[in-house]
Write a protein that binds this ligand. Structure first.
Ligand SMILES: *Cc1c(COP(=O)(O)O)cnc(C)c1O
Length: 437
């Protein structure tokens, strides 16, 4: 550890385009004391030499005050579960990508989501969440949080009236994904924030209602919820930010005032992201996000148009299609760093299935599993490989069938995550599998 101030840099990265910044990173960081590395190192030391009792005490005190992760102070590293350089560099870059003041990384997307909700609530309090959620988030809210006295109301947050009705005096968090996994419904972030502001005008700062958005489907390339009214963003780094499908990780991004509870929660509940898990999104995932997403989106549009015309397909939901039910909101909310419409890499489509048996979807998925080359039957998303799955029986299996049907998730629904393959091959594989549906 050198004790020099960070070098005066010839360039302020904030003047560069985000595509360049995602590659070159946050240049003003006291964490970066590896002056001649072109690629940031993956550190491999679980504990750190502390030089003296005084320096050790100072490190613990600074961490307890929540200062340990300030990129403008030279950190005193103590132990990996508290803070370490590789994860720290990733945090600085994620904060920049999401236009937030700070980021805290976790061992998985679910570790990040549970940390965000649990640092903002106490026993006896309440959260409101959208009626359709990623399956494990649904299970967290329905199966685990009630054990700790935190109840939830699931409401249709596409309707501002339903949100107002669901809020109680003890409600502390409004939680949703947009686009929603898997049906790509859009929730108007600014409209939700306006409702939260009405409520907060009558409350003290301690009882504040927070808007938390899971931005995993869109990624910060396509949408920055913090600039649209969200207080906090959750990300699964396992998906498009990681990009290559090699590692699990998660992050919470938001205001500096929440850094302290978020890192203290991580320290004690233990869901820290290891340096070996932080390195791939830092070195491969985030730097290639813009280039991958530009490519994914072009292919997604072609695939959506192909599916829309196919006689076996009843409905295609892709925010970039003219026919998208919430096209105006999608165009307002999903914008890349240049302000260009950025509808993302995820599609949801429903096969014609008059009996509602799910059999056509199962036949199509099995045809993909048996004979497709460019499409893989697998959960997860946002990778360089195109992935397909049936949410009704796979990612959303935690939700009871009747509840799924009531919420519009049908057995014939199929989720497609576009990768970097040549779009002709993806369409040829879909066409051939649809022939067997
Ligand atoms: C995958 C996913 C998660 C959970 O992330 P993990 O990294 O698998 O824990 C949360 N939200 C959404 C929308 C997801 O797709």
């Amino acid at each position: 550890m050198n004790d020099k101030a960070p070098p005066a840099l010839p360039h302020d990265e904030r003047t560069s385009q985000m595509r360049t910044r995602l590659i070159h990173g946050v240049s003003h960081s006291a964490r970066w004391d590896y002056d001649h590395h072109v690629v940031p190192p993956m550190t491999a030391s679980a504990t750190f030499r502390l030089d003296s009792a005084e320096r050790g005490a100072e490190g613990f005190e600074a961490f307890g005050r929540g200062e340990g992760l300030d990129p403008h102070r030279e950190p005193i590293y103590i132990y990996d579960r508290l803070d370490e350089p590789t994860c720290g560099m990733l945090q600085d870059n994620l904060a920049a990508a999401e236009c937030g003041e700070m980021a805290v990384c976790y061992a998985s997307g679910m570790a990040a989501i549970s940390a965000a909700i649990c640092t903002l609530t106490r026993s006896g309090e309440h959260i409101v969440a959208h009626k359709v959620l990623y399956g494990c988030t649904y299970s967290l809210i329905e199966n685990w949080l009630p054990r700790y006295g935190i109840d939830a109301t699931l409401a249709d947050l596409t309707q501002a009236g339903a949100l107002r009705q669901a809020i109680r005096p003890g409600t502390r968090v409004i939680y949703f994904e947009t686009p929603v996994n898997p049906d790509l419904a859009m929730i108007d972030i600014a409209a939700v924030r306006a409702v939260a502001d009405e409520v907060n005008a009558r409350r003290g700062p301690e009882d504040r209602l927070w808007v938390v958005v899971d931005n995993t489907f869109a990624t910060p390339f396509c949408q920055r919820p913090l600039t649209l009214g969200a207080h906090l963003v959750c990300q699964s780094l396992t998906k498009a930010i990681g990009g290559f499908g090699t590692d699990i990780g998660g992050a919470v991004i938001g205001p500096r005032e929440l850094r302290r509870p978020l890192i203290l929660y991580r320290k004690d509940f233990g869901g820290s992201l290891s340096p070996k898990g932080a390195w791939p999104p830092l070195v491969c995932g985030l730097p290639t996000l813009a280039a991958r997403m530009a490519n994914y989106q072009k292919t997604a549009h072609r695939v959506a148009e192909f599916l829309e015309k196919h006689p076996k397909v009843e409905r295609v939901l892709y925010p970039g299609l003219e026919s998208f039910p919430q096209a105006a909101l999608a165009r307002r909310q999903m914008r890349d760093y240049h302000g260009k419409f950025a509808p993302g890499s995820m599609l949801y489509f429903v096969l014609r299935d008059p009996e509602g048996s799910g059999k056509p979807a199962a036949r199509m998925i099995n045809a993909i599993a048996d004979s497709a080359y460019s499409i893989t039957l697998a959960v997860s998303l946002g990778q360089i490989k195109t992935l397909i799955e049936a949410p009704f029986t796979m990612t959303h299996s935690a939700m009871p069938a009747e509840e799924k049907l009531a919420k519009g998730l049908l057995p014939g629904g199929i989720r497609l995550s576009i990768g970097l393959e040549d779009w002709h091959d993806i369409i040829a594989d879909l066409d051939s599998a649809l022939g067997k549906a």
